[in-house]
Design a protein around this ligand. Structure first.
Ligand code: PMP
Length: 365
């Protein structure tokens, strides 16, 4: 029996589950993780807070995650200089769950979502998973958004949800503030449209967060995660900032007690160490810039990156280059973008191993 022999929903037929290969290789630079483990004093603080939570595990967690949302709002306000209140923040198990809750609330059967391809594949998959029609708009050859084409597409396609991923995965491209303002207006001119700005990688960007755009835009949502900048991919903590009415609306679909007390306690401990963790972000930004410079020095075409990863090419046989880098002990990602591969910025040693591998592959070809 195969999946497609089962009476599953039509829109899931022939699809593959999301996921990069998990191979046992010395240097793993394929899933945009932060390479630095949490510092020991944070591990100790997590143990303390989790022990406290464990003493109350006979009770359901705080369904509204009030303490955590307050701490996330404080982090957003401090890091962007734009005041955000707890009522504007919602949290869930990873920003994927945040996006799923938004889609369950604002999209679904008979509705559509629009994104600029290539982009984060889960926008497409969560759309399908919620019965939403997924529509792809193109990008310019340098992977920025073609605003004129986008405005036409929005008029013709009339989506209910518009995704703007900035910095975009897998290209690393950040979107201008003015572009977001104009796309928001273009979408609203057609019909009320939820605009989701996915800022999973914003802490790594050369540019400021788009969060201040929330002012006066009740249908704008900014999604964030602790998986990347906070080095806590295993924690599963994503969040959003939006108009309080949007936060109220997702309550209609969130499962009761979706965020365990252990998750809430761990996230609160990590937020106490914000400054230490963001120190690693500075190191990674430097390494990301070094990867861009060194790959360009090898004569490769490298997309400007505002994320903790770098897209590079152009290769006639992308799969063969991916395999040749893997044969040298380094796992990078083939996202299916023609001619391009993506590498996550790791520790300086991991990045050296990657750069040596690419040099050696280029010499051989
Ligand atoms: N958005 C983007 C653009 C991503 O690349 C990712 C993770 N790869 C996510 C959201 C989801 O992250 P998480 O669920 O770990 O918060």
């Amino acid at each position: 029996m195969q999946i497609d022999d089962l009476p599953i929903r039509d829109e899931l037929k022939g699809k593959s589950p999301y996921g990069a290969p998990q191979l046992d290789v010395p240097v793993l630079l394929n899933t945009n993780e932060n390479p630095y483990p949490l510092p020991e004093d944070l591990v100790a603080r997590i143990s303390e807070r989790v022990a406290e939570a464990a003493r109350n595990l006979n009770r359901y967690p705080d369904r509204d995650a009030v303490e955590l949302r307050t701490a996330l709002a404080a982090y957003l306000s401090r890091s962007t200089g734009h005041a955000v209140s707890r009522e504007q923040v919602w949290a869930a198990n990873g920003s994927n769950e945040i996006i799923q809750q938004l889609m369950q609330t604002f999209a679904g059967p008979g509705r559509s979502a629009f994104g600029f391809s290539p982009t984060y594949q889960m926008h497409d998959l969560i759309s399908r998973g919620t019965g939403t029609t997924w529509i792809e708009g193109p990008r310019n050859p340098d992977f920025t958004i073609d605003e004129a084409a986008a405005a036409t597409a929005l008029r013709e396609q009339r989506p209910d949800v518009l995704f703007i991923c900035s910095p975009n995965n897998p290209t690393g491209t950040a979107v201008d503030r003015g572009t977001v303002e104009r796309l928001y207006d273009a979408a609203q001119a057609v019909k009320p449209t939820l605009v989701i700005v996915d800022e999973a990688y914003t802490e790594f960007s050369h540019r400021p967060s788009l969060l201040p755009l929330l002012d006066g835009r009740p249908l704008l949502v900014v999604t964030r995660t602790m998986s990347k900048a906070f080095g806590a991919a295993g924690l599963r903590l994503g969040y959003l900032a939006a108009d309080p009415a949007v936060v109220d609306a997702v309550q209609l679909v969130r499962l009761p007690y979706h965020l365990s007390s252990v998750t809430q306690a761990t996230a609160l401990a990590a937020l106490e160490f914000t400054d230490v963790l963001l120190g690693y972000v500075d190191r990674l930004k430097g390494e990301r810039d070094r990867i861009v410079t060194e790959l360009r020095a090898m004569g490769l075409d490298v997309t400007d990156s505002d994320a903790n990863f770098v897209q590079f090419g152009v290769f006639a046989d992308t799969r063969a280059v991916w395999q040749a880098i893997l044969d040298r002990g380094v796992l990078v990602r083939d996202n299916g973008v023609p001619g391009r591969l993506r590498v996550t910025a790791g520790t300086p040693e991991e990045n050296d191993a990657f750069l040596d591998a690419v040099r050696s592959v280029l010499k051989e070809s």
